[in-house]
Design a protein around this ligand. Structure first.
Ligand SMILES: Nc1ncnc2c1ncn2[C@@H]1O[C@H](COP(=O)(O)OP(=O)(O)O)[C@@H](O)[C@H]1O
Ligand SMILES: [Mg+2]
Length: 312
């Protein structure tokens, strides 16, 4: 991520078109915003348009504008988003969803730096830095013929790939801390801490919805928490249920002691904190389990109690 942010800042200095790729919720729009904010266009507008959410005919007039009378309901001349973004940055989100006809028009706009409003025959030049984002594999689209190769290369002058959250687990807790503070601020509540077991579960979960999902889980936790700490019970069920991964993740071999700790804590969770049953299932003595829990700095009898809520 540090390399990605550094690259985003560097590419911000020039007007090159940028393609931001990555799974939904990973932070593509956030990176696009950074490219804008770190550029000389920062005082200008930043406009994001979700190309996948708008019907083709509507998208054309949204992006390029239209002349009065161009179609039923076009009661006045209206500039499109390309013109609205003049002097700034236009983010074409979900660009992989754009129809072939619109792809041709986008290519032309990119090449000529000109657009034509629907129903008009004169071109207008536009001064816009374009950033495109997609959660699809555009190269695959090119191969199967749904995405134009020439447009692909035009967009991909610089590609910034945002890794999925599960590919950078080290970011989970620092992000959680930032999101916790901002959710608390929004809800006008004191910033709660995160109980160790809640933090463990955040680390074990796979985050298919990436940072957006983490943000929602944290917001939910802040809304539900009774005390000054977010506990396991304040997290959504799918996150509470997550079992720590044992296979080697992304080639990074972990300390055996850490893997053991994750597994023991998960087993304890499955057993609702019952140490006797947990020890039995793990095939170790209760005294051994107690000793291990103690070495983790957990007072077993009050495992998820508020008094253990050490903030991350
Ligand atoms: N590095 C980050 N720091 C703080 N919040 C982030 C970060 N990355 C993503 N987010 C938040 O996660 C959510 C999803 O990010 P977004 O950029 O919209 O993802 P995408 O465009 O890839 O779907 C947003 O609410 C965003 O503010
Ligand atoms: Mg997005």
């Amino acid at each position: 991520m540090a390399r990605l942010v550094e690259m985003a800042r560097r590419v911000a200095q020039v007007d090159a078109t940028v393609l931001v790729t990555g799974e939904s919720g990973a932070g593509k729009e956030r990176i696009a915003r950074l490219v804008h904010d770190a550029s000389s266009r920062a005082p200008g507008p930043f406009i994001a348009v979700n190309c996948g959410a708008i019907a083709e005919t509507l998208l054309e007039s949204e992006l390029f504008g239209h002349a009065r009378g161009a179609f039923t309901g076009a009661s006045c001349d209206r500039p499109g988003l390309f013109e609205a973004a003049c002097g700034g940055t236009l983010l074409l989100d979900e660009v992989g969803d754009v129809s072939p006809r619109m792809q041709v028009k986008l290519l032309r706009a990119l090449q000529e730096r000109e657009i034509r409003r629907v129903g008009e025959n004169r071109s207008r030049s536009v001064d816009v830095r374009l950033v495109a984002a997609t959660n699809r594999d555009l190269m695959r689209g090119v191969e199967v013929g749904t995405f134009r190769r020439d447009l692909y290369y035009r967009l991909k002058v610089v590609e910034l790939h945002v890794p999925a959250l599960r590919e950078r687990r080290g970011d989970i807790l620092p992000l959680a801390r930032v999101l916790l503070a901002s959710a608390a601020r929004r809800m006008k509540r004191p910033v709660p801490g995160l109980a160790p077991r809640a933090a463990e579960q955040l680390l074990s979960y796979d985050w298919p919805g990436n940072v957006r999902e983490l943000s929602n889980a944290i917001e939910r936790g802040v809304a539900l928490t009774q005390g000054d700490v977010i506990t396991l019970d304040d997290l959504p069920a799918e996150i509470r249920r997550a079992i720590p991964k044992t296979p080697i993740d992304g080639g990074a071999v972990r300390l055996l002691a850490d893997v053991e700790k994750d597994y023991i804590l998960a087993a304890l969770e499955v057993n609702g904190g019952n140490q006797t049953r947990t020890a039995l299932q793990l095939g170790i003595g209760s005294a051994t389990l107690y000793r291990k829990l103690k070495s983790y700095g957990l007072i077993p009898a009050r495992l998820s109690a508020v008094s253990l809520g050490v903030a991350v």
